[in-house]
Design a protein around this ligand. Sequence first.
Ligand SMILES: [Zn+2]
Length: 319
Amino acid sequence: VFSRLPIAIGVDIGAIETVLALSDLRGELQSVKRIRNTKNPEQTLASVAEEISSLVHSSTAYRELGGIGVSLIGLIDVEQGTIVEGENLGWPQPIEVGKLLRSKIKDVPLYFENGARLGAMGEIWFGGPHFSGIRDLVFVDINEGVGTGIMLNGQIYRGSQNGAGEFGHVCIDPNGPTCTCGSAGCLEVFASDLATVRRYIQRTRVSDDSAIDVKLIVELANKGDATAIEVLKETARYLGLGLAPIIYSLNPEVIVIGGKLASAWPLIEHEIRDSCAKRVSQPFLQSTKILPSTLRARASLMGAVALVLAKNFAVPEIF
Ligand SMILES: [Zn+2]
């Protein structure tokens, strides 16, 4: 019998907004709150801390709270909760998120992790039934950038300095445009939401492009808009190229495609596979399933909840 008591708080600090919620043991969310990020990180994080405190104290059984899991984008110092490098946030770096939140929230432990890694963890813990029991999974988080999170043998893989999984910065065209990382032709430059939106605006030459985002392009494509379909298929083909190094280096059981793009799955699935097949030999291609996220926009948030549960309830592995 599972308890319905809230036992964890998940916080997802994204590039544009922050989402917070209480969760029970089964990942049922309560009191979901959204805060629009501002240009000022201290101000934004102070509002986040206030919302966390109000969730902590609204919880009737707050002594039962196992902790607060916080999803951050970019290169993260997970112990300190510091964003060492995170170009897509538009905030001066490093950003000491942990220091700021811990100065205001003293009675509940805070845990930090990169959002793409938490997306991977979220899918395994709370995603579709076909993800349960998967040990080796890579989550490709497509948003303002392209992040990837790696779970190997059921554990988050961070690398030596928390930097593992930067497949968004693998070069797929040496003559391609400059990337935020300083290199050129990275997967991110071609397959991020920003790239998709940019291509759509170029093709349609709309006069007011302020309302155009990938959500809208997916909606238009699903209604049959030819330009929207073409632009999404193009993003999918670039993405397929970018999956080849993931398959060859890690040979995961599953690659999960997350982000708004995943809502166009019937339109893009074939394009992703087809373009990936041009770079990967058959036995490798057949050994890795490429599937859409089941948690969609909530993958990192659910991963933040899973992070708290793992700290409190998972049996430590004995080597
Ligand atoms: Zn790059």
